[in-house]
Design a protein around this ligand. Structure first.
Ligand SMILES: *Cc1c(COP(=O)(O)O)cnc(C)c1O
Length: 422
């Protein structure tokens, strides 16, 4: 079980809404810090443990700054994410560029920042060298293929576009050695929203085996093993959160059995958790603006799937509560809709909730990862604001709402004044 809470009382929320109109995402600094600390604690045994926060989960430099204060680095996969890391104060090898179909300018930026580069294919090594040069510390992403089953979100490793096969992996490290690279890491990412402890132990075992083999076959003593992200969260109240301590302890045991006797007891462990760290610490707050009764009962919000894509895109469950009605019985059945001209713009279908009235503040839970981050402008819908609830209880605006002027800013040949530019 996981209790679905919201960090403000109804009265406090009403005050916030007076100053910052809905819709907005609000993030809880205290809870974000506590979650990263819990992960750090579970891996406290590991040499130089670091979570490389996957910036794509919540690409706001203020959040990255807070996580950096707690010891996190970043995992980036675009130019914007590299720049954002730098701006947030994450420097040099605290930044990891996990590349895949990466253009030259992103590799160049990573080299300029002194980041570690994680390559997705053997052919990218020459491309990197020719277009940007080689980093001091290089990593390759392993795709375990048939060794792993995969799941619905991430799919089967054999069908995934990411990573090198086992055979290519050894060839790639050899090529990099021949090019003069001396420092190496090894990466894999084969989970998404995974909540089974065994899955993480399986990955760790695979990686420890490979680290030993790299040492035996090529004399490479990797500096770090990056186990990737994919640590799951309980979106539904009846689901359990991950047992981080059990995962940490399980991996610790394997490390002692496999790595330490092989003389690899100094190898750092990295994770790349995004969702785990910020997901449960974010909420999308909207106002109910319409109720429509036809074949079904529809509640219309002032937000839409442009503010939170997951339910419409993946059919993902996000818990919903009505501010001030938390203890009322859920005896009404609603579809909760947004305003996009797409029939799938629904945050929930046939959801049992307390009776809803126009003007109610509706809270969608667990939007702190891949919420605002997956925002888009289809239908000319604008990005909403992001607020940070500070540890001292104050509210900080960390992204203002997008305006029409922002939205039209890239159009040419029209009168800006008519399009919201003042
Ligand atoms: C998306 C992604 C992550 C983060 O995944 P979470 O599910 O947010 O933990 C980490 N690493 C890579 C390479 C990714 O693509």
């Amino acid at each position: 079980m996981s209790e679905k809470t919201f960090p403000l009382t109804y009265d406090e929320l009403k005050d916030v809404v007076k100053k910052y109109p809905t819709p907005f995402h609000i993030y809880d600094e205290k809870k974000i810090r506590a979650t990263l600390r819990a992960l750090n604690h579970a891996f406290r045994w590991a040499p130089k443990f670091r979570n490389q926060f996957a910036v794509k989960a919540l690409p706001n430099p203020r959040i990255v700054q807070i996580l950096h204060e707690e010891g996190a680095g970043t995992d980036c996969s675009s130019l914007a994410e590299l720049v954002l890391s730098d701006v947030a104060g994450v420097k040099g090898e605290e930044i990891l560029l996990t590349s895949n179909d990466t253009p030259a300018d992103e590799f160049q930026k990573a080299i300029e920042l002194g980041a570690i580069i994680n390559l997705d294919d053997i052919s990218h090594l020459d491309y990197l060298e020719e277009n940007a040069g080689l980093p001091k510390c290089l990593c390759f992403r392993y795709n375990p293929g048939d060794l792993m089953e995969g799941n619905d979100i991430i799919g089967k490793p054999t069908e995934a576009k990411y990573g090198l096969t086992r055979g290519q992996l050894f060839e790639a490290y050899k090529m990099a050695q021949d090019k003069g690279v001396k420092r190496f890491g090894l990466h894999t990412m084969v989970a998404s929203n995974e909540r089974r402890t065994e899955a993480f132990l399986f990955t760790a075992k695979l990686m420890f085996g490979l680290a030993k083999e790299l040492q035996e076959r090529l004399g490479i003593h990797v500096e770090f093993l990056d186990l990737g992200g994919g640590f799951g969260i309980p979106y539904r109240p009846e689901e359990d959160p991950l047992d981080l301590e059990a995962i940490g302890e399980g991996i610790h045991k394997l490390y002692d059995e496999m790595m330490v006797p092989a003389g690899l007891g100094d190898v750092a462990i990295f994770t790349e958790c995004g969702r785990l760290i910020t997901g449960p610490s974010g909420w999308l707050v909207s106002t109910v603006i319409h109720e429509k009764k036809t074949y079904k009962d529809y509640i219309g919000l002032d937000s839409c799937m442009a503010n939170l894509m997951r339910p419409a895109m993946y059919g993902a469950y996000h818990h919903i509560t009505i501010a001030g009605k938390e203890s009322q019985p859920c005896d009404h059945r609603y579809d909760i809709t947004g305003s996009l001209c797409e029939n799938n713009d629904k945050f929930a279908i046939d959801r049992m909730l307390p009776e809803i009235e126009i003007g109610d503040l509706l809270i969608i839970h667990d939007t702190g990862a891949h919420g605002s981050a997956m925002g888009f402008n289809y239908n000319g819908k604008l990005w909403c604001a992001e607020l940070l609830l500070r540890e001292d209880g104050s509210i900080e605006l960390i992204r203002r709402a997008e305006t029409l002027a922002d939205h039209f800013a890239t159009l040419t040949g029209f009168d800006g004044a008519m399009m919201g530019n003042k």
